[in-house]
Design a protein. Structure first.
Lengths: 364, 364
C-alpha cells in the first residue's frame, strides 16, 4: 500500500538496506512540508523498507513535531539527560543492520550516535538516491523557484541602477542585500558574491571592504533570494564605466557558451552532454586556459543539488529538472566573467526561468 | 614553537590522536578569518599533533584558498574527476591512525571519504574541545556581537511600533526581516520565530500564513541578526491589545527567572548552577508544569554553541563567555512567554549585551 514513505522504502529495497534515515534538511522538509532547526540536537526519522517508521526527537520540538502527524513511535530526549538512551530505545524498537543516509546532510555526531546504539550498523551514503527524489520539480515547485528568481532579478535591476565607481564591493553587497529583502526575500540562498576587478577572477570570491571599484572593472554579482523554501541563483557580470576590447571578447565567448547550453538542453540529454557542449565553446576560444568550473548544478530547496552538470556525469536530464547554466572565464589577477541562468528542462527543450538581460552592460 | 595551530595541536595531544581535521564552519572561519562555501565539495584541513598541516581543496576554491597563506601541502581535486584520488594523495603524504573532528560540523560524506583513504582510521568526535576554543570571546568578538545585537534591537523596536491585531504571523515576520536588513544585518542568524496565541507555546514555532493575530494574544519574537560573522539571539514576548491577569503573572515569573540568571552569573559559576538558579524560580511558581527548555546556550559565530546552560553541565563559566539567558513557560494550546538576553560573563558578574526593555509591553 503506497504511503508518503513509498519512495524512501523503494530506495532501501534497491540498496538492500534495512531502512532510510532522514535528518532535518531539504529532503525532510519536502517530505513533511515543515522544517526544523537542528543545531546541536539530533532529530532522526527512520523509515524501514517495510513497516511503520520511527523517530528520535528533542523533547522541546515535540509540539512542533506533532504537526507532522507522524505515523510511528517517537522517542524523545531532553538536553539535561542527553540522547544516548533515546537512541538505545529506538534501536530496541526498530532493529536494523544497515541504513541509507543523506551523506551531505547528516553530521558525524549523529553517525556516531547511530553506531553507538546499533553496534555493527552499516551506514550507506545514499545522498544521490535520496536527494535524487527532488530532481523532478512539480509545477508548484517551479512556481516557487520562479518567485525566488523574480525577487532576485528585481533586486539586481535596482542595484545596477545605483552602482558607481568608487563604491567598495562591501557597499554594493549591502545594497544588494537591502534590495533583496525589500523585494520580499526570506533569506539569502547563499552568501552572495560581489567581486570587482581581479576579485572577479575568483569563482567563489568574498567582497572586500577596502577595494573601491574602478572605472573599467568587471563587476560580478552571483547571488539569489530564498523564498518559501526555494533558492534562486543568478550571476551577471557588468562593466563599470567602460569595457575593454578584451573584456568584450571574453564576454561574447561566455555568452555564446551560455546560449549553447540553452540550445542543447532538452529531456533525454545527459548532464555530460550539456557540460560538454558549453565547455567546448569556451575551449574553442582563445581563452581556454581561463576555464575553471563545470557548467552548473541542480537548484531547488538546496542551492546546490543534483543534477551536477559536468563531464563524466552521464545522468539523463528529465523534464522537470532545474539546473544552473553558468559558464565562466577567469583570468587570474585580472578579471572574470560568468553568466548564470536557471534553466527548466522540458520535453521539447528548455525554459529559462531567468530572464534578466544578458547583453553586455556598462554601469555607473 | 607556537604557530596559529598550537591550540589544535594541543587538542590532538590531549586526546592522544594523530591530528585534528577541520572543515568549513565557525572554527575554520575563526582560525583563518575567511569562510568558504562547502555544499557538496569537501574541503578539509589536517593539523597533525606536530609538523606541517595539509589541506584538501576543491580546485575552483584554490584562488580563494591562496588568501589563507596556508603553510602546508595542498591537494586539489576537480568536480569532473572527484575527490577520491586527492584523499588518497593526502593519506600518502600525511599518514594517521586517528583524527579528532568537529562532530557537529563534518558531514558523513567527508567521514566516509576519510575512512576510504585511511582504512582503519579512528575518528573521534572532538566537537566539545575544538568548538570549546571559541568560548572565551576577545574584546573584538564581543564588539561584533554587540553590533549584531544593536541591529536586532533596532529592528525589534521598529516592528513593535507597527504590529496590529489582524496582521498574520507571516506579515509580522516579513516586517521583521525587512527591518533587520534595513538596519544592516548580513543575514538572519537563524530562521526567526514569530508566534502568536497558541503558537507561542511551541518553543520552536513556525510563523503561520493564515493566523490573524487577535486582541489578547501573546506575541513571541525570537530572532537575531548575523553581522560580520557573529550572531545575535533575542526574544521578547509582548501582548496585543491587552494582557490577561494570567498572562501578567506568567510574564512576571519568567522575568524574575531571567533576572535571577543575571544576578547569579559571574566567572567561576557552573552552567549547571545558572540553569538551576533560573529554573528553580520557575519551579517554585504555580506554572512549573509549563517548563520545557533549559536556560540557554553559548552564542558567537554559531547561534548555538558552548557553553550549554543546563543542569548536569558542570562546566565552569569563564570571563569572556557569552550565553543566552532565555527562561520560558509554555502552556500547550494557549500561550507561551520567553524572555531572552545575551549575557557576557565577567570576573565580577556579568554584562547584558541586550538592553531592550523587559517590562510587560502591550502593542497594537
Amino acid at each position: 500500500m503506497p504511503d508518503r514513505y513509498s519512495e524512501f522504502r523503494r530506495i532501501a529495497q534497491d540498496l538492500r538496506v534495512d531502512a532510510v534515515a532522514l535528518v532535518p534538511g531539504a529532503n525532510f522538509t519536502r517530505l513533511f512540508n515543515q522544517s526544523f532547526h537542528s543545531h546541536e540536537r539530533p532529530l532522526v526519522i527512520v523509515i524501514p523498507a517495510s513497516g511503520p517508521p520511527a523517530a528520535l526527537v528533542p523533547n522541546l520540538e515535540l509540539r512542533s513535531f506533532d504537526q507532522l502527524k507522524f505515523e510511528g513511535e517517537v522517542f524523545d530526549w531532553r538536553d539535561q539527560t542527553g540522547y544516548a538512551d533515546a537512541f538505545a530505545a529506538l534501536a530496541a524498537h526498530l532493529p536494523m543492520k544497515s541504513v541509507a543516509v543523506e551523506g551531505q546532510v547528516m553530521r558525524v555526531f549523529v553517525h556516531h550516535a547511530l553506531t553507538a546504539a546499533y553496534p555493527r550498523l552499516r551506514i550507506v551514503d545514499a545522498e544521490k538516491q535520496i536527494s535524487g527524489l527532488r530532481v523532478r520539480k512539480s509545477p508548484a515547485e517551479v512556481a516557487a523557484l520562479e518567485n525566488a528568481i523574480k525577487i532576485s532579478e528585481a533586486a539586481l535591476a535596482d542595484v545596477l541602477d545605483r552602482v558607481r565607481a568608487g563604491m567598495t564591493e562591501f557597499q554594493v553587497e549591502a545594497l544588494l542585500t537591502q534590495a533583496l529583502f525589500a523585494q520580499g526575500a526570506d533569506a539569502h540562498a547563499f552568501g552572495p558574491i560581489v567581486a570587482a576587478g581581479d576579485n572577479s577572477a575568483r569563482p567563489h570570491a568574498h567582497a572586500r571592504p577596502d577595494y573601491p571599484i574602478r572605472n573599467g572593472d568587471a563587476l560580478l554579482l552571483d547571488f539569489g533570494a530564498q523564498k518559501s523554501g526555494f533558492c534562486a541563483d543568478i550571476t551577471r557580470t557588468v562593466f563599470v564605466g567602460h569595457a575593454t576590447d578584451e573584456a568584450q571578447e571574453v564576454y561574447d565567448t561566455v555568452l555564446r557558451a551560455n546560449l549553447k547550453g540553452h540550445d542543447v538542453t532538452k529531456a533525454g540529454i545527459t548532464a555530460h552532454q550539456v557540460d560538454d557542449a558549453v565547455t567546448s565553446v569556451l575551449e574553442a576560444s582563445p581563452f581556454a586556459d581561463r576555464i575553471r568550473t563545470k557548467t552548473g548544478h541542480g537548484l531547488g530547496r538546496d542551492v546546490h543539488e543534483a543534477p551536477y552538470i559536468m563531464r563524466g556525469n552521464h545522468e539523463v536530464l528529465e523534464a522537470g529538472a532545474v539546473f544552473t547554466n553558468e559558464p565562466g572565464l577567469y583570468k587570474i589577477g585580472a578579471f572574470g566573467v560568468r553568466i548564470e541562468d536557471d534553466v527548466l528542462v522540458t520535453e521539447t527543450g528548455c525554459r529559462s526561468l531567468t530572464s534578466f538581460p544578458k547583453t553586455l552592460t556598462v554601469v555607473g
